[in-house]
Structures are given as C-alpha cells and as structure tokens.
Design a protein around this ligand. Structure first.
Ligand code: GLN
Length: 468
C-alpha cells in the first residue's frame, strides 16, 4: 500500500529506482487518493491521464502553460484555452521524467489569498475543510498536504506560494526573482511573478527547485544560478546568523498562537547553534503593502489587456466588435481582476503616473536597500509567514482590504526580489503555523539548510489530524 499522505518525492524516487513500485502503480495511487478526497478538497481543475514512464508525479498550478492540457488561471475568460506549447518549467519537468497529475485551483489570475476568487469555486484546507487553504496557490498546497500529489509547482507574486504552504502546513519556496523562467506562464505582475516548488519536506523542495532553476533564453530576466542547489543534510546551524525583524514579528494582527509557535522555533534555531539577533525593517513593512498594491495592479492592467475575446478563451456573443470586447471582458473577468485593472489603469494614467506608479518604484528601491543592508549581518531573516492560521471560508470575501492583509508579512521581501521559504513550525488551535525564512539574492541554499535543521528538530507531522 502506498501511503500518499506521507510519501515524500525523495522516497518515491527511491522506490521507483529500486523497482519496488512501478510508475503506473504510483500514478494510480495518487489518482485513487484524488478520487477519494478531491470532491471535498477541490484541489484540481483538470486531471491528466498517466503519460507513462517511471518518473515522479507532480501537480501544477493552473497558471502554468501546458501543451495540450487546459490552462485557465482560475478564470472564465480562459475557459477552453489549451496552450499549443509547454512553458519552460514544464519542459524541464518532462525532461526529468516527471509526470503531470493535473492542474490545480488558483484565485483568478493568481489574485487573492484564499482561492475564493477562482471562477471554479474554492479549494478547501485538508486540516479543516470549512477553512481556506490560502491563496492564490491553494490548490497546489492543499493537494500536497491532502496526499493528492507528492509535490507541486505554484507561482508567487506577493505570497501565493509561501502563504498557502503556511496555512496547509507544508514547505514552499518563492525563489529569487530571475532564477526560474516564466516563459509560458500566465502573467500577473511581471516584475514580481516567480514560479516555485511546494513539497512535504525541505529536501524535496530543494530538489524540485534544482530541476526548474536556471537561465532560459526565452525569459530574459533569468540568470544561471551562481552556485548549484545543495540538498540540505546538516542538522546543526553552527556559523549561521539569523535576524529577527521586529516589525515583521510584532505587526498588528498577528495571532498570539502564531507568535508563540514562531518564538519557540526561534529558540530552537539558537539551540541548533545559530546566532540570533534582533533587527529592523520598518520602512519595508510600513510601505510594502501600499507599494505592492500600486505596482502589481499597474502591471496586471497591462498584462490582462490581451484578453479581448479575439486571441484567447472566452468570447461573448455580440453584433459588433467594440461591444464584443466590452462584453467579453465584462462577462469573462471576475470582480478581483476588474478591481485591479481599474486601480492599475488609474495609477498608470497620464497625470497620475509620476505620483503613483513612479513613486512606488522609488519606494521599492528603498525596500530593496533596507533588506540588502540587513544581509551584511545576517544569512536569513525569520518571521511568521501569515499573521493568522487558516481562516474560515467566507470570512474575508466581502472585505478586500482584510484579504490583502493576509500577505502583509510576505510582500516586503517579494518587492525586494528576494527568496523566501515557508517551513511549518507547529500548530495553533489545531491548525498549522508557518515560519518564513527570507534570504539574500541567490541565498536559497542557506534557507534550505536552516529549514531542514528546523524541520528535523521540530518533527512537525505534516498529515492533518483528521486524516491520520
Ligand atoms: N495575495 C496577493 C495578491 O492578491 C498575492 C498573490 C500572488 O502572490 N499571486 O495579489
């Protein structure tokens, strides 16, 4: 019997390599788990047939373009769209023999923090199906924790890998901006979007990152990694310096149970040999959110202009062309993309550009410099990933600002282009608490090392109590 709730990708690879199980058996085990639990969790928007072979199965967030497989980005406007080419990350997965289980649910165009903005209905948290799995990549995170995929890819603009991993209790990496190709990915905010792994363990996360990272001529923002990805082994943290940014740990709205679990984990870091010191990110935390909510919608308004009913997906019936454009966009986009298109178009309009978009770009430089200065002293920064544990479905849907605040702790480092890793660090009220580790540009190896040692020391059980 293959226990998909516990099987790591590393162990799956060992079983496949030693021929203790076949690729077909493994794929079928995940399909059986999907049949059993996906009606409740709604992680998948589309399931794939076993393509054959002996590689490890994987799930992909539905913003990742897949040749011959529908790719909707959680939007009605892309319903029926089937890409004619693979994104670069999918090419890389395939060349490693990985096999796609299906496409996972996401907030529409990755705009949201709960998957409730998906045009196809929300996903549910495997720890408590009355709660959200986080977002936008809630489908991928819930699939990994629910045993419906050994690992998955997500995308992260302001927290969409890290925050769902925190709420579901698994490991998620938002890589350094420019290390993973976005060729073939549905674009949200191009100066922020990154693709990254979601997994059960830090080692699996590092391994998947090593498969997808590296330069791609078709995405000119990408670079070759300056050093290879190291799978973490050490269980001590001697010689590593970890900073605790005051404002990220004491921000308003952080639940006491979250603070308690993160504080306990910080004490563990010291026990493991790390040098821990307090530091400050006052400007980044104060201005990160307002700055993000100018830059991300501005870029989204431009990226989403291409959905006009002519080239992709949905087209409304109309007698003449202008009416067709208008009705297609009116009927095809949900409320959140519409809200952002309006905000973004306004911020970019002549007369307001300098005051809003231009100013936000300058503030972004300040945020980057404030982070860079800390990395002269520290190898990584630590804080909660999400201020709260998973919240009930519906709790924030009527209040966009409350929803936006879910990402107050993840956004600053995203604005600075820096890598961030979520590692589960305990439970509060029976729900997972995530710890965020942020590193300097290309500092993933240190994050993996710290995350791995912490994971071993804490011994967090990634299987939700109700499924054990
Ligand atoms: N929740 C944030 C937003 O709505 C971040 C989303 C993301 O990272 N894709 O923009």
């Amino acid at each position: 019997m293959i226990d998909t709730l516990r099987l790591t990708a590393e162990e799956a690879k060992r079983l496949l390599d030693s021929r203790e199980i076949s690729g077909a058996e493994l794929f079928a085990a995940y399909r059986a788990a999907i049949d059993e639990r996906d009606e409740e969790l709604h992680c998948y928007l589309h399931l794939c047939d076993d393509p054959g072979g002996d590689g490890i199965p994987i799930a992909l967030k539905d913003v990742i373009g897949t040749k011959g497989i529908p790719t909707t980005a959680g939007s009605k406007i892309l319903e029926g769209y089937v890409p004619v080419y693979d994104s670069t990350v999918v090419e890389r997965l395939k060349s490693h023999g990985l096999r796609i289980l299906g496409k996972t649910n996401t907030d529409e165009f990755a705009m949201g923090s709960s998957t409730e903005n998906s045009a196809f209905g929300p996903s549910h948290n495997p720890w408590d199906p009355s709660r959200v799995p986080g977002g936008s990549g809630g489908g991928s995170a819930a699939a990994v924790t629910g045993g419906l995929a050994p690992w998955a890819l997500g995308s992260d603009t302001g927290g969409s890998i890290k925050q769902p991993s925190a709420l579901c209790g698994n490991v998620g990496l938002r890589p350094t901006y420019g290390t993973v190709s976005r060729y073939g990915i549905v674009a949200f905010a191009s100066s922020l979007d990154q693709v990254g792994p979601v997994a059960k363990t830090v080692r699996d996360c590092a391994y998947l990152y090593s498969i997808i990272a590296g330069r791609d001529d078709r995405d000119t923002t990408t670079v070759e990694l300056p050093q290879p990805v190291e799978l973490p082994e050490a269980t001590d943290l001697k010689g590593l310096r970890v900073g605790v940014p005051k404002e990220l740990n004491e921000a308003e709205g952080i639940e006491p149970g979250v603070t308690a679990a993160v504080q306990a984990a910080i004490a563990r870091l010291e026990e493991l040999g790390a040098e821990v010191g307090e530091c400050s990110l006052s400007l980044s935390v104060e201005y990160g959110m307002p700055c993000y909510y100018l830059i991300a919608p501005a870029e989204a308004s431009s990226n989403l202009a291409r959905y006009d009913g002519v080239r992709y997906g949905y087209r409304a019936a109309a007698a003449e062309r202008l009416e067709m454009y208008e009705r297609t966009r009116d009927e095809g986009f949900g409320d959140e993309p519409k809200r952002r298109i309006m905000v973004g178009t306004y911020a970019l309009s002549a007369g307001y550009y300098d005051a809003y978009y231009g100013q936000a770009q300058k503030v972004r430089t300040v945020i980057k410099r404030e982070h860079d200065a800390l990395f002269e002293t520290f190898d990584a920064l630590v804080s909660p990933t999400s201020p709260t544990v998973a919240f009930p479905l519906g709790a924030r849907t009527d209040d966009p600002l409350a929803m936006y605040l879910s990402d107050v702790l993840t956004i600053p480092s995203c604005m600075a282009g820096l890598p961030g890793l979520n590692v589960p660090c305990g439970l509060s009220e029976g729900l997972p608490v995530g710890l965020q580790l942020v590193g300097p540009q290309f500092g993933e190896n240190a994050l993996f090392r710290i995350g791995h040692a912490l994971e071993r020391a804490i011994g967090f059980d990634p299987v939700p109590e109700r499924l054990r």
